[in-house]
Design a protein around this ligand. Structure first.
Ligand code: GRF
Length: 212
C-alpha cells in the first residue's frame, strides 16, 4: 500500500476531503508550517499523526525546506500531497521529491498561476474557471497536469461564490487524482509526461453562459 504525507497551512478542506474518501493508501502524517492551522485539528480527530515545522523559526527558505524534508523523509512516503500549503518550495526540495510531489491549484493552469486566482479570473471576465491537480516541478504552477475541472463563471459571482464553486471541484479531483496515483493508474514517465490508463471522452463540453 502506498504511503502519503499531506502538507497544509490552514483550513484543511482538501485534507478533509482526502480523509473522508477512504483512499487505498496509508496517511502517515499531516504536516503544517503553522501551529494554528485548522486542518491539524481535523487530522488529530481522525487519529492521524501531526507535525509542525514553523517556517518563522528558520533563517531562510533553504533552512526551512531542509528541516521540512527531514521530517517528511522520516515517514518515507510515496507521495507528498500539498493541500493548501502556502510556502514556495526551493528547487532542491522539489527535485528531491521528483515524481512524488503533488499540488492542487485553484485555476485551470497554465492560466492564473500564483495567488488571487479567483479575483483575477473575475477581473478578466473569463466565462470558465476551475482547478488543477499537477506534479510539482521547480517551474511554479507549471508541472505536469494530472486532472482539471472547469466551472462556469456567473455574472453575479463574487470571489466568495466563485471560490466556493471551484473548491467543490477541488475536493472531487484531488480525491480522484490520489486514487489514481495510489493504484498506479497514473504515473510520471522518464520524459516527465503524465501517463494514464483512463478512458478519455471526446463528446463532452462546458459552454458558459449556457446557449439555451
Ligand atoms: C485551496 O483553494 C487550494 O487550491 C489552494 O489553497 C486552498 C486551500 O484550501 N492551494 P483548504 O486548506 O484545502 O481548505
Amino acid at each position: 500500500m502506498k504511503k502519503i504525507v499531506i502538507l497544509i497551512s490552514g483550513r484543511g478542506s482538501n485534507l478533509q476531503a482526502l480523509l473522508s474518501a477512504k483512499l487505498l493508501c496509508s496517511i502517515a502524517a499531516v504536516i503544517s508550517n503553522r501551529a494554528d492551522a485548522e486542518g491539524l485539528e481535523i487530522a488529530r480527530q481522525q487519529g492521524i499523526a501531526t507535525r509542525v515545522v514553523p517556517h518563522r523559526e528558520y533563517a531562510d527558505r533553504a533552512a526551512f525546506d531542509t528541516a521540512l524534508a527531514q521530517v517528511i523523509d522520516g515517514y518515507q512516503p510515496d507521495f507528498i500531497v500539498l493541500a493548501g500549503f502556502m510556502r514556495i518550495l526551493t528547487e532542491e526540495f522539489v527535485n528531491h521529491y521528483h515524481g512524488k510531489l503533488i499540488n492542487i491549484h485553484p485555476s485551470i493552469l497554465p492560466a492564473y498561476t500564483g495567488m488571487n486566482t479567483h479575483e483575477r479570473a473575475l477581473q478578466d471576465g473569463v466565462k470558465i474557471h476551475g482547478c488543477t491537480v499537477h506534479f510539482v516541478t521547480p517551474d511554479l504552477d507549471h508541472g505536469p497536469i494530472i486532472i482539471q475541472a472547469a466551472v462556469p463563471v456567473l455574472g453575479k459571482d463574487t470571489v466568495q461564490t466563485l471560490s466556493e464553486r471551484v473548491l467543490k471541484e477541488e475536493h472531487r479531483i484531488y480525491v480522484q487524482a490520489l486514487r489514481w496515483l495510489c493504484t498506479d493508474q497514473v504515473t510520471l514517465n522518464v520524459q516527465g509526461k503524465v501517463v494514464s490508463n483512463r478512458a478519455e471522452q471526446a463528446d463532452t463540453s462546458l459552454i458558459a453562459p449556457n446557449m439555451e
